[in-house]
Design a protein around this ligand. Sequence first.
Ligand code: GUN
Length: 281
Amino acid sequence: MAMILDGKRLAEEVRGEVRRDIEALARGGVAPGLAVVLVGDDPASAIYVRHKGRACAEVGIRTFDHRLPASTSEAALLRLVAELCADDAVDGILVQLPLPRAIEATRVIASIDPRKDVDGFHPENLGLLVAGAPRFVPCTPAGIMRLVASSGARLEGAEAVVVGRSNLVGKPVAALLLAANATVTIAHSRTQNLAATIARAEIVVVGVGRAGLVRGEWIREGAVVIDVGINRTERGLVGDVEFAAAARRAGAITPVPGGVGPMTIAMLCANTARAARLRRG
Ligand code: GUN
């Protein structure tokens, strides 16, 4: 039976580290501030944003909430982002995704000051990550790497398979695994034989958003399995991996909920403290 990688506990540990860092910043008169922008009324996004606000308050980060209606124009959102870029009290800017369809997310992300881009999604920050000199590592990938480290798995020379190629998760996590000297394969919806690809993997990261996409019997004995999926089904929240069957083969596995999710939020706190340090530390 696999070791269950407890993201809730590990996230608490990370928030403790961040709280101590913020206390040190406070002694120098620096109070990190995070602007959180939520456009529209996607219920899942509203829940994430609430959790982010709570975690920030707990570690001593001030948050500035901006709730805009779904009808907001791209020009209006770009104006708000420009104001937040110019606001000295704002160290980090987070625009919750997805945005309403009428707004081009890539233009909004590119308009964020890269030194305030605590999501790490700005092309400059993604470029620095790929170049091996990260400024802000995107929160979910950073949390995943911390979970993998907590499993004790050796990454050097290991076969790692990332399922999903999003800019938010798949691509950055592949860059981080590569930087840790893993042999990295990125699988996606056009991959011919997903079962055979996953069967090779000593580390598997799945972030697609399809309940039960990865079958338990595909998992290599002893593999570390990181499930980024959050799918609402009639059985409640489930990941992209068939948990019970995978846990019988894996060496370590993240649960859903309580695995990657809490780590994403803890890493956002860490990135915001880092942004404050970079700008004013
Ligand atoms: N939507 C889902 N995950 C994220 C994230 O990490 N950051 C932002 N801004 N939006 C998201």
